[in-house]
Design a protein around this ligand. Structure first.
Ligand SMILES: [Zn+2]
Length: 287
Protein backbone atom coordinates (compact mmCIF):
# COMPACT_ATOMS: atom_id res chain seq x y z
CA UNK A 1 0.00 0.00 0.00
CA UNK A 2 1.10 3.54 -0.79
CA UNK A 3 1.12 5.26 2.61
CA UNK A 4 -0.35 8.73 3.02
CA UNK A 5 -0.30 10.85 6.16
CA UNK A 6 -3.95 11.56 6.69
CA UNK A 7 -5.64 13.79 9.27
CA UNK A 8 -9.39 14.23 9.38
CA UNK A 9 -12.65 14.97 11.09
CA UNK A 10 -15.92 13.73 9.68
CA UNK A 11 -19.24 13.69 11.48
CA UNK A 12 -22.49 13.88 9.52
CA UNK A 13 -24.33 17.21 9.79
CA UNK A 14 -21.50 18.84 11.81
CA UNK A 15 -18.23 18.95 9.88
CA UNK A 16 -16.05 17.02 7.43
CA UNK A 17 -12.50 17.57 6.23
CA UNK A 18 -9.48 15.40 5.33
CA UNK A 19 -5.95 16.79 5.11
CA UNK A 20 -3.24 15.09 3.01
CA UNK A 21 -0.18 16.74 4.43
CA UNK A 22 2.52 15.82 1.93
CA UNK A 23 0.34 16.82 -1.03
CA UNK A 24 -0.98 20.10 0.40
CA UNK A 25 -4.49 18.89 -0.32
CA UNK A 26 -7.63 19.41 1.74
CA UNK A 27 -10.76 17.48 0.83
CA UNK A 28 -13.70 19.48 2.15
CA UNK A 29 -13.40 22.33 4.62
CA UNK A 30 -15.87 21.80 7.45
CA UNK A 31 -15.95 23.79 10.65
CA UNK A 32 -12.85 23.55 12.81
CA UNK A 33 -10.35 22.62 10.13
CA UNK A 34 -7.98 25.52 10.86
CA UNK A 35 -8.48 25.33 14.63
CA UNK A 36 -7.37 21.70 14.62
CA UNK A 37 -4.58 21.85 12.06
CA UNK A 38 -3.19 25.13 13.48
CA UNK A 39 0.03 26.07 11.66
CA UNK A 40 -0.10 22.89 9.57
CA UNK A 41 -3.04 24.42 7.73
CA UNK A 42 -0.37 26.66 6.17
CA UNK A 43 0.68 23.68 4.04
CA UNK A 44 -2.68 23.58 2.25
CA UNK A 45 -2.61 24.74 -1.38
CA UNK A 46 -5.50 22.87 -2.99
CA UNK A 47 -8.95 22.82 -1.39
CA UNK A 48 -11.37 20.44 -3.08
CA UNK A 49 -14.96 20.90 -1.91
CA UNK A 50 -17.32 18.05 -2.68
CA UNK A 51 -20.61 19.94 -2.34
CA UNK A 52 -22.14 22.99 -0.71
CA UNK A 53 -23.69 21.40 2.39
CA UNK A 54 -22.66 23.59 5.30
CA UNK A 55 -20.82 20.84 7.16
CA UNK A 56 -18.34 20.72 4.25
CA UNK A 57 -17.66 24.42 3.70
CA UNK A 58 -17.95 26.55 6.83
CA UNK A 59 -14.24 26.27 7.68
CA UNK A 60 -13.31 27.90 4.41
CA UNK A 61 -13.57 31.55 5.45
CA UNK A 62 -11.03 31.25 8.26
CA UNK A 63 -8.73 29.03 6.20
CA UNK A 64 -8.58 31.59 3.37
CA UNK A 65 -8.20 34.48 5.79
CA UNK A 66 -5.32 32.95 7.75
CA UNK A 67 -3.48 31.22 4.94
CA UNK A 68 -4.33 33.15 1.82
CA UNK A 69 -1.66 35.82 2.19
CA UNK A 70 0.52 34.54 -0.62
CA UNK A 71 -2.52 34.46 -2.92
CA UNK A 72 -1.68 30.87 -3.83
CA UNK A 73 -4.72 28.97 -2.53
CA UNK A 74 -6.98 27.21 -4.96
CA UNK A 75 -10.57 26.35 -4.18
CA UNK A 76 -12.24 23.76 -6.41
CA UNK A 77 -16.01 23.26 -6.33
CA UNK A 78 -18.83 21.55 -8.28
CA UNK A 79 -19.61 23.81 -11.20
CA UNK A 80 -23.37 24.06 -10.72
CA UNK A 81 -23.34 24.87 -7.01
CA UNK A 82 -24.51 28.47 -6.80
CA UNK A 83 -23.24 28.91 -3.23
CA UNK A 84 -19.58 29.12 -4.19
CA UNK A 85 -19.57 32.32 -6.25
CA UNK A 86 -21.43 33.99 -3.35
CA UNK A 87 -18.90 32.66 -0.88
CA UNK A 88 -16.00 33.86 -3.03
CA UNK A 89 -17.54 37.30 -3.32
CA UNK A 90 -18.29 37.52 0.40
CA UNK A 91 -14.86 36.30 1.43
CA UNK A 92 -13.13 38.87 -0.82
CA UNK A 93 -15.24 41.73 0.55
CA UNK A 94 -15.12 40.58 4.17
CA UNK A 95 -11.33 40.16 4.12
CA UNK A 96 -10.10 42.72 1.56
CA UNK A 97 -6.61 42.58 3.12
CA UNK A 98 -6.18 39.00 1.83
CA UNK A 99 -5.19 38.56 -1.82
CA UNK A 100 -7.95 36.73 -3.69
CA UNK A 101 -7.69 32.97 -3.93
CA UNK A 102 -8.35 31.20 -7.21
CA UNK A 103 -11.77 29.55 -7.43
CA UNK A 104 -12.15 26.83 -10.03
CA UNK A 105 -15.45 25.18 -11.00
CA UNK A 106 -15.18 21.45 -11.67
CA UNK A 107 -17.15 19.38 -14.14
CA UNK A 108 -17.61 15.61 -14.10
CA UNK A 109 -14.24 13.97 -14.92
CA UNK A 110 -12.16 17.13 -14.57
CA UNK A 111 -8.50 16.37 -13.87
CA UNK A 112 -6.35 18.89 -12.02
CA UNK A 113 -2.57 18.51 -12.13
CA UNK A 114 -1.29 19.14 -8.59
CA UNK A 115 2.32 18.70 -9.56
CA UNK A 116 4.13 16.81 -12.28
CA UNK A 117 2.34 13.50 -12.93
CA UNK A 118 0.15 13.91 -9.86
CA UNK A 119 -3.54 14.59 -10.42
CA UNK A 120 -6.85 14.94 -8.66
CA UNK A 121 -9.84 13.79 -10.70
CA UNK A 122 -13.34 14.94 -9.79
CA UNK A 123 -16.31 12.77 -10.67
CA UNK A 124 -20.02 13.13 -10.13
CA UNK A 125 -21.88 11.30 -7.39
CA UNK A 126 -25.54 10.85 -6.48
CA UNK A 127 -25.65 12.59 -3.09
CA UNK A 128 -27.82 15.41 -4.44
CA UNK A 129 -30.59 14.09 -6.70
CA UNK A 130 -30.33 16.28 -9.82
CA UNK A 131 -30.27 15.57 -13.55
CA UNK A 132 -27.17 13.84 -14.88
CA UNK A 133 -25.68 16.91 -16.58
CA UNK A 134 -25.93 19.01 -13.40
CA UNK A 135 -22.86 18.87 -11.18
CA UNK A 136 -23.56 19.68 -7.55
CA UNK A 137 -21.81 16.86 -5.72
CA UNK A 138 -18.43 15.29 -6.42
CA UNK A 139 -16.16 12.48 -5.32
CA UNK A 140 -12.39 12.70 -5.85
CA UNK A 141 -9.47 10.52 -6.83
CA UNK A 142 -5.81 11.30 -6.18
CA UNK A 143 -3.65 9.45 -8.70
CA UNK A 144 -0.25 9.35 -10.30
CA UNK A 145 0.33 8.99 -14.01
CA UNK A 146 3.35 6.95 -14.97
CA UNK A 147 4.89 6.15 -18.32
CA UNK A 148 5.96 2.55 -18.88
CA UNK A 149 8.04 1.03 -21.63
CA UNK A 150 5.92 -0.93 -24.13
CA UNK A 151 6.42 -4.71 -24.03
CA UNK A 152 7.92 -4.83 -27.54
CA UNK A 153 10.81 -2.58 -26.47
CA UNK A 154 11.67 -4.38 -23.28
CA UNK A 155 15.09 -6.01 -23.35
CA UNK A 156 16.55 -3.32 -25.61
CA UNK A 157 19.60 -1.44 -24.41
CA UNK A 158 19.38 2.01 -22.88
CA UNK A 159 21.12 3.46 -25.89
CA UNK A 160 18.65 1.90 -28.33
CA UNK A 161 15.70 3.13 -26.29
CA UNK A 162 17.17 6.62 -26.26
CA UNK A 163 17.52 6.52 -30.04
CA UNK A 164 13.95 5.35 -30.51
CA UNK A 165 12.72 8.06 -28.19
CA UNK A 166 14.69 10.62 -30.14
CA UNK A 167 13.38 9.38 -33.51
CA UNK A 168 9.72 8.69 -32.71
CA UNK A 169 8.99 10.46 -29.45
CA UNK A 170 7.94 9.35 -26.00
CA UNK A 171 4.45 8.16 -27.02
CA UNK A 172 5.91 5.65 -29.45
CA UNK A 173 7.92 3.68 -26.93
CA UNK A 174 5.90 4.13 -23.75
CA UNK A 175 2.28 3.96 -22.62
CA UNK A 176 0.56 5.84 -19.85
CA UNK A 177 -0.43 4.05 -16.66
CA UNK A 178 -2.60 5.32 -13.84
CA UNK A 179 -1.81 4.51 -10.24
CA UNK A 180 -4.47 5.25 -7.66
CA UNK A 181 -3.25 6.75 -4.39
CA UNK A 182 -6.54 7.57 -2.74
CA UNK A 183 -10.26 7.87 -3.35
CA UNK A 184 -12.49 10.19 -1.34
CA UNK A 185 -16.15 9.33 -1.77
CA UNK A 186 -17.42 12.45 0.04
CA UNK A 187 -21.18 12.20 0.70
CA UNK A 188 -22.75 9.59 -1.54
CA UNK A 189 -24.92 6.51 -1.56
CA UNK A 190 -23.23 3.25 -2.56
CA UNK A 191 -23.98 2.64 -6.21
CA UNK A 192 -21.61 1.75 -9.04
CA UNK A 193 -18.77 -0.35 -7.55
CA UNK A 194 -16.55 0.18 -10.60
CA UNK A 195 -15.92 3.80 -9.51
CA UNK A 196 -13.43 2.53 -6.95
CA UNK A 197 -11.51 0.08 -9.12
CA UNK A 198 -7.81 -0.39 -8.22
CA UNK A 199 -8.23 1.60 -5.01
CA UNK A 200 -5.17 2.06 -2.85
CA UNK A 201 -6.77 3.96 0.05
CA UNK A 202 -10.54 4.32 -0.11
CA UNK A 203 -12.11 6.92 2.20
CA UNK A 204 -15.83 6.20 2.15
CA UNK A 205 -18.67 7.67 4.09
CA UNK A 206 -20.91 5.40 6.19
CA UNK A 207 -23.44 7.81 7.64
CA UNK A 208 -25.93 5.20 8.81
CA UNK A 209 -25.61 1.80 10.47
CA UNK A 210 -28.98 0.71 9.24
CA UNK A 211 -31.56 1.52 6.61
CA UNK A 212 -33.86 3.60 8.84
CA UNK A 213 -31.72 6.77 8.69
CA UNK A 214 -31.60 6.71 4.90
CA UNK A 215 -35.26 7.66 4.63
CA UNK A 216 -34.66 11.17 5.91
CA UNK A 217 -33.68 12.39 2.44
CA UNK A 218 -34.76 16.00 2.85
CA UNK A 219 -32.51 16.49 5.87
CA UNK A 220 -29.50 14.44 4.79
CA UNK A 221 -29.49 13.93 1.00
CA UNK A 222 -28.48 10.47 -0.22
CA UNK A 223 -25.99 8.64 1.99
CA UNK A 224 -24.45 5.22 2.58
CA UNK A 225 -25.31 2.45 4.97
CA UNK A 226 -22.30 0.75 6.57
CA UNK A 227 -23.27 -2.74 5.45
CA UNK A 228 -23.49 -1.64 1.82
CA UNK A 229 -20.09 0.05 2.01
CA UNK A 230 -18.45 -3.12 3.32
CA UNK A 231 -20.25 -5.29 0.78
CA UNK A 232 -18.93 -3.01 -1.97
CA UNK A 233 -15.44 -3.03 -0.44
CA UNK A 234 -15.50 -6.85 -0.47
CA UNK A 235 -15.76 -6.63 -4.26
CA UNK A 236 -13.43 -3.68 -4.80
CA UNK A 237 -10.69 -4.88 -2.42
CA UNK A 238 -8.97 -1.58 -1.60
CA UNK A 239 -5.57 -1.80 0.07
CA UNK A 240 -7.08 0.08 3.01
CA UNK A 241 -10.53 1.39 3.87
CA UNK A 242 -11.25 4.52 5.92
CA UNK A 243 -14.79 4.90 7.22
CA UNK A 244 -16.14 8.28 8.27
CA UNK A 245 -19.09 10.68 8.23
CA UNK A 246 -20.96 8.60 10.80
CA UNK A 247 -24.07 10.06 12.33
CA UNK A 248 -23.56 11.33 15.87
CA UNK A 249 -26.47 9.13 17.01
CA UNK A 250 -24.12 6.10 17.15
CA UNK A 251 -21.54 5.39 19.86
CA UNK A 252 -17.96 4.45 18.95
CA UNK A 253 -18.49 0.95 20.36
CA UNK A 254 -21.59 0.29 18.26
CA UNK A 255 -19.85 1.54 15.10
CA UNK A 256 -16.82 -0.71 15.64
CA UNK A 257 -18.92 -3.70 16.67
CA UNK A 258 -21.21 -3.32 13.67
CA UNK A 259 -18.21 -2.97 11.31
CA UNK A 260 -16.60 -6.12 12.72
CA UNK A 261 -19.80 -8.05 12.19
CA UNK A 262 -19.72 -7.31 8.44
CA UNK A 263 -15.94 -7.80 8.24
CA UNK A 264 -16.54 -11.39 9.35
CA UNK A 265 -19.57 -11.85 7.14
CA UNK A 266 -17.70 -10.68 4.03
CA UNK A 267 -14.33 -12.05 5.18
CA UNK A 268 -12.53 -8.76 4.63
CA UNK A 269 -8.73 -9.00 4.87
CA UNK A 270 -7.60 -5.43 4.27
CA UNK A 271 -7.13 -2.95 7.15
CA UNK A 272 -10.05 -0.74 8.14
CA UNK A 273 -9.73 2.59 9.95
CA UNK A 274 -12.43 4.75 11.51
CA UNK A 275 -12.92 8.48 11.78
CA UNK A 276 -15.30 8.32 14.71
CA UNK A 277 -17.96 10.96 15.40
CA UNK A 278 -16.82 14.13 17.14
CA UNK A 279 -13.10 13.26 17.09
CA UNK A 280 -10.20 14.61 15.10
CA UNK A 281 -8.07 11.72 13.94
CA UNK A 282 -4.52 13.03 13.49
CA UNK A 283 -3.08 9.83 12.12
CA UNK A 284 -5.88 7.95 10.43
CA UNK A 285 -3.69 5.28 8.81
CA UNK A 286 -1.64 4.82 11.98
CA UNK A 287 1.70 5.39 10.29
ZN1 LIG B 1 -21.90 15.78 4.92
Amino acid sequence: MQQIKLTGFSTALFSSWYFLEEYGILFDAGDGVTAHLLQKAGKIRHIFISHADRDHITGLLQLLQLNGHAGNLRVYYPKDSGSFPYLKDFSEKFDPHVPPSTWIPLDDETEIEIKQNLFVRAFRNEHIPVEQHIIKSLSFELFRRKRKLKAEFQGRSGKEIEQLRHQHGQEYITYSLKENLLFYSADTPVDDYSKWENANILIHEATFLNQEGVLDLAKFGKHSVLKNVLKMAAEVQPKALVLGHFSKRYSDEIIIEETQKWVEEYQLQFPIYWVLPGKVNYNILQL
